[in-house]
Design a protein around this ligand. Sequence first.
Ligand code: ZN
Length: 209
Amino acid sequence: MFGATSRETSISVVIGTGNGGGIILDGSVVKGKNGFGGELGHVLIPYQSIVGTIGINPQCNCGRVGDLESLCSLTAIEKNILPYFLPKYPGHELSKVDLHTAAKLVRGMADKGDGLCKDVFRVQAHALGLFFDEMINTFDPDALIVGGGALETRKEFQSWFMAEIRKGMPKQREEQAGIPIYVMPNGDTAGARGAAIEALKVAREGGLA
Ligand SMILES: [Zn+2]
């Protein structure tokens, strides 16, 4: 899988308050001219194609509408996704607390099977699927890596989330359909490039499969 030559290409996304992660291209961390290379959170995704989100208006702090971070972060849950889904679940217990508090409760409740909270993470997974599809078409990577957020749950929920990422991806070319998506251990080691480097290191040691 990952050879000793260390020339792999990987894309990693860490879901936290915002998005960490980064791009390793042929073994080198992508930094870019201005240092913003691999700032993946503000890449726009075609969120309108996510099933079950008609009329959602995902605003990011950066001013963009519909970038990865506007759907795939804790901030996104509070500002965009919960306000969208709560009215569809009248009387839901999360409507009884403020959004900031509610957002932090979503993961634990989703892990226990709550419908609204699973809807929230289904949107995140499908957003990631669309994003990874963009990365596959841009970089043809060896691996995709995701950590934080919904991945810091029990194994069963993690597996459900990973399967939903695949469901959210448009159909892939036969050659690329098998590009693996790994769960990053210790997803909270955020920091844009730190996480990417950590992920690759772990992948090299064979700890990700
Ligand atoms: Zn943004």
